[in-house]
Design a protein around this ligand. Structure first.
Ligand code: CP
Ligand code: NVA
Length: 337
């Protein structure tokens, strides 16, 4: 495979071609095998990696930190109140400073524009660790998990239930479109993705024998699905909308009835996590009690069931994120023209 991703940014999935994504998935599989056999590597040796987190994170932060260390790199966590990004100095200035010191920069925050500015001004590879618009590294792990389960991606049918206009739903549309999966976003009309974005994904889907559909009809949307996927009903920064979202999304909860209604024996359940599935946890109790519901986007029964692959999916965040760092920081040097 003649793919070279050295010095490339990863701001959205559309930054990469189908072949390039496939290359990253294969590299992630190799790195996973390597880690399972207890081998650490040196492909990120002497690479300093900035991890900017303006929003909280468990999986993404740990995936970048552990992934970098496994390959000999030096990750540096820069939390919300640690740096001046966009406050005392412009994003462009911070980007130019970080670019002089670091070999790669991960960014998680609200604005896609911020990660774009970091990429424009830093002079080093920049990776999107989640913005309100996209969550591209998540979808690499999802694709890896789907392929581990079914051994192939083309033609796999995903039904995504819930908030159809959040970062995960957006990136999932492009991941499916690029890699030839069939995706149905099953959401109430008010939470459908924007028409322009759907159009963009459909254009890519058309080139890859993929199909993207948006519907509010649950029965139709989940029929025959190999994968039921959901995410929280209100994303980080939208918590004040929980009450309204619960009303809108209650019928779209992933429960055992939904699993059965797919009519698909081999169906699996995915969730990017964190999930509100368990009123027994302190956090779950607090949120669920506040809104007077017992369960939200997924029932505990499904979350803990044999259908659930959520912890494989979470683990795969690390292998795929490691692959992104290795490919963009230590792939073959670009030959001078
Ligand atoms: N799925 C995901 O991005 O998890 P974190 O918010 O814990 O990073
Ligand atoms: N849509 C969620 C994803 C969390 C990984 C959020 O933005 O909060």
């Amino acid at each position: 495979m003649n793919v070279n991703l050295r010095n490339r940014h990863f701001l959205t999935l559309q930054d990469f071609s189908r072949e390039e994504i496939n290359y990253l998935l294969l590299l992630a599989e190799k790195l996973k095998e390597k880690k399972k056999s207890g081998i650490t590597g040196s492909s990120l040796q002497n690479k300093n990696i900035a991890l900017i987190f303006e929003k909280p994170s468990t999986r993404t932060r740990c995936a970048f930190a552990v992934g970098a260390k496994d390959e000999g790199g030096n990750p540096e966590y820069l939390g919300k109140n640690d740096i001046q990004l966009g406050k005392k100095e412009t994003v462009a200035d911070t980007a130019r400073v970080l670019g002089r010191m670091f070999d790669g920069i991960e960014y998680r925050g609200a604005e896609q524009k911020t990660v774009e500015l970091l990429a424009e001004y830093s002079g080093v590879p920049v990776w999107n660790g989640l913005t309100s618009s996209y969550h591209p590294t998540q979808i690499l792990a999802d694709l890896m998990t789907i392929r581990e389960n079914f051994q192939y991606l083309e033609g796999i049918k995903i039904a995504y239930l819930g908030d159809g206009r959040n970062n995960v739903a957006h990136s999932l549309m492009f991941g499916a479109a690029l890699m030839g999966l069939e995706l149905t976003i099953v959401a109430p009309d008010k939470l459908h993705p924007k028409a322009a974005m759907v159009k963009e994904a459909e254009n890519i889907a058309g080139l890859n024998r993929s199909r993207i559909e948006i519907t509010s009809n649950r029965e139709q949307g989940i029929k025959g699905a190999d994968v039921l996927y959901t995410d929280v009903w209100a994303s980080m920064g939208e918590e004040e909308q929980f009450a309204e979202r619960i009303e809108l999304l209650k019928p779209y909860q992933v429960n055992m009835q939904m699993i059965e209604n797919t009519g698909q024996d081999r169906v699996i359940f995915l969730h990017c996590l964190p999930a509100y599935h368990n009123s027994k946890t302190e956090n779950g109790q607090q949120i669920l009690a506040e809104y007077g519901v017992e369960e939200m986007e997924v029932t505990d029964q499904v979350f803990e069931s044999e259908y659930s692959r959520v912890f494989d999916q979470a683990e795969n965040r690390m292998h795929t994120i490691k692959a992104v760092m290795v490919a963009t920081l230590s792939g073959p040097e670009k030959t001078a023209k």
